[in-house]
Design a protein around this ligand. Sequence first.
Ligand code: XMP
Ligand code: MG
Length: 188
Amino acid sequence: MDEKDMGADLERVLVTQEEIEAKLVELAERIDEDYRGQDLLLVGVLKGAVMVMADLARAVHSPVKMDWMAVSSYGSGTKSSGVVRILKDLDADIAGRHVLVVEDIIDSGLTLSWMLANLTSRGPASLEVCAFFRKPEAAKVDIPVKYVGFDIPNEFVVGYGLDYAERYRNLPFVGTLAEHVYGGSKPT
Ligand code: XMP
Ligand code: MG
């Protein structure tokens, strides 16, 4: 699919590439400040956080390490249930380390609460979260998210790592898809 085709699938751009770039700089400055003199491990949640991890890691000036985790949430279609299975665990032990989980988007927050409980049990020195996008539902649940990129409306979005049926992850901005893409069953 070329760029022209992707363009035809989009309904509306919610966050532009320029806004994403500016936000990365802002978050990176805070992270540099907060972790000054400490060894920081960024834990990216596959696959959605690939873009934000790669860009955030380059925007910070601190020498970070990176590790990855892949989880799958059992649920119907696009809604997560909170029952989570680890598809790929971290390569390294995080006991005694400063860990920052980098997430693409928090919706219900169920996936993230499970992950935080799981990671806490491994005894990190500190554990914080950076979520690049957050939907309104997430603000209702009590999960400590230290760094939030953008609060977005409760709509299904794609781009900058986020997909619909594995497509659109490579869009450099975030937007909603046109009705015709879903064939009548729009995810929420
Ligand atoms: P919960 O509800 O557990 O789920 O916070 C978070 C995960 O659900 C996916 N998700 C989305 N993926 N566009 C996407 O491409 C969206 O609008 C969206 N909302 C939630 C995503 O995998 C996230 O990690
Ligand atoms: Mg995700």
